[in-house]
Design a binder for this molecule. Structure first.
Ligand code: ADP
Ligand code: MG
Length: 511
């Protein structure tokens, strides 16, 4: 596999992602982690680091770390250790953050995903180095005197102690496209298994991109770390800018200094925040307040047996059971809701590939334009199955089906009919109510395909008689002359003739 070069340089990217775990309470205290509360109303004595308080591990956070490890095929350490990462910051009252350093709970593993490269779809795999549990810090809030504030700063400790799983990759990504695809896949995994709500605006899923460039074959270049990217769009812009900036520096004869940088969406630029600390600066040491985290094999086995089917496992099943191409299977397992919609449709109509084409085509196109989730789709799986049923039994053409679909998609009509629950459809039959509805629309719009051979033959005979020149040319070997006949036939049938049938009949009549 040859990497794409930028001005002769190879781009190298590694990610650190802070995912906020979906527990109710904090990682070492019982305070709530709910978002958006008044400052300091969700900070207890432990979060404020009052003397004499001790941290107590939240079992739910450990459970989620195990789930993540299983989802990405990692090793789950039977014994991992919490460490103190020492630094001074006003929003960190203890003067250290409890994290994991030498022995993290999740070790290794990988995330793989598909990418379009030219005409091809290729599978990429990013190796993970580790995922470790840690606590979040609080927040400094600054009142802007220019905006009428008092020009003061305050500390909000509501976020202090929020459980995080920091997920660290190997430097395996080679372009901003690849980095964004990785981040999207990781986002899908953590939300699918439910360990994180994935809300990027609220900071539940924050990515740091480590970026360096090098000449192909050279040692790894010095990296700069872009902090806290909280949208996929900014992620791409920030990395692209950073790559160009680093190449310009090197081309101008400068060397890159290891640094932590911030991306400013307003200017589209990254700028240095501080030169980068090394691990030694943090004086890590095992936290004496917490015993090592011991996870028995039986716990891991229990979690494994209770976990829902993972997206990649489900995708493999779609390939096996529904004979779908890998690409379709991956697209259809972007979310649980899409996968459920597909399975319901496919089972009911018995045409998985057609169901997949419709969902990846018409359905997603409309969802995208109207910025709706599939749960809000005005066309239910039952209706789509009925529609596909009417295409495959030749009642309507694809073209006509699209008109029926358009008609159904209007939200006000949908209210009346989305009453078929997914369970009804998964029973594996087309729901009668949906079928009747589709048939009524076909009838009302006069879209029924002409399947009566007698009627069609008459039209064909008339057209043949009216176009003797085309007939002659075709018989003389000019196959293109056929087009001059098919067009008028379709027109005379008002578009209701079945193109396959027209072709077959024409061939028969023309010998
Ligand atoms: P730290 O925790 O101090 O940021 P790590 O060595 O754990 O440092 O690396 C953090 C991330 O940086 C990892 O995702 C790793 O893959 C990535 N990384 C390390 N070296 C490079 C490099 N030269 N270019 C790009 N990414 C790198
Ligand atoms: Mg880092």
């Amino acid at each position: 596999m040859t990497a794409k070069l930028v001005q002769g340089y190879e781009v190298v990217i590694g990610f650190e992602t802070h995912t906020q775990l979906s527990t109710q309470s904090k990682i070492f205290s019982r305070a709530s982690v709910a978002f958006g509360a008044e400052p300091n109303t969700q900070a207890c004595a432990v979060d404020m680091a009052l003397p004499g308080t001790l941290p107590v591990m939240n079992e739910g956070a450990v459970q989620r770390a195990i789930e993540f490890g299983l989802a990405i095929n990692a090793h789950i350490a039977e014994r991992s250790v919490f460490a103190r990462k020492n630094y001074f910051y006003p929003d960190l009252p203890k003067g250290y953050q409890i994290s994991q350093f030498e022995i993290p709970v999740v070790q290794g593993g990988e995330v793989s995903f598909f990418m379009e490269e030219g005409q091809e779809t290729v599978r990429k795999t990013v190796r993970l180095e580790r995922a470790h549990l840690e606590e979040d810090a609080g927040k400094s809030l600054h009142e802007d005197s220019a905006l009428g504030g008092g020009g003061q700063s305050g500390i909000d400790l509501n976020r202090a102690g929020t459980p995080l799983l920091e997920i660290v990759t190997q430097p395996d990504m080679r372009s901003s496209d690849e980095a964004v695809a990785y981040a999207k896949e990781l986002h899908k995994i953590v939300t699918w298994i439910g360990i994180c709500d994935g809300n990027m605006q609220e900071g539940s899923f924050r990515c740091d991109a480590n970026v360096s460039v090098r000449k192909p074959g050279a040692e790894l270049g010095t990296r700069r770390e872009i902090k806290n990217l909280n949208s996929f769009k900014f992620m791409q812009q920030a990395i692209d800018y950073e790559v160009r900036w680093q190449i310009d520096q090197i081309e101008d004869g400068h060397t890159i200094q290891q640094a932590t940088v911030l991306f400013d969406p307003d200017t589209g630029e990254t700028r240095a925040m501080r030169t980068k600390e090394d691990a030694a600066d943090y004086r890590y040491f095992p936290d004496p307040d917490l015993p090592p985290l011991v996870i028995g094999r039986d716990w891991v086995e229990r979690v494994k047996s209770e976990m829902a089917e993972l997206p990649r496992v489900m995708a493999e099943r779609f390939v096996r059971d529904y004979a779908l191409p890998e690409y379709d299977a991956t697209q259809l397992t972007q979310s649980k809701a899409v996968a459920a919609y597909f399975e319901a449709t496919a089972k009911a109509c018995g045409q998985p590939k057609l169901a997949s084409n419709w969902i990846m085509g018409e359905v997603s196109r409309r969802l995208n334009t109207s910025e709706m989730a599939i749960e809000q789709a005005p066309v239910s799986a039952a209706q789509l199955a009925a529609l596909i049923g009417r295409i495959s039994d030749n009642t309507i053409s694809n073209n006509a089906a699209r008109q029926v679909f358009d008609h159904l998609w209007q939200p006000k009509i949908a209210e009346l009919v989305v009453s078929d629950s997914l369970e009804d459809v998964t029973a594996g039959v087309i729901a009668l109510a949906a079928l009747k509805q589709i048939d009524d629309i076909i009838e009302a719009k006069g879209l029924k395909q002409m399947n009566d051979t007698g009627e069609l033959e008459k039209i064909i005979d008339d057209v043949l008689a009216a176009h003797p020149k085309n007939v002659e040319e075709f018989k003389a070997g000019n196959t293109k002359a056929l087009n001059g006949l098919v067009g008028p036939i379709m027109k005379a049938s008002k578009g209701k003739a079945n193109p396959g049938q027209v072709n077959a009949l024409l061939m028969k009549k023309l010998g």
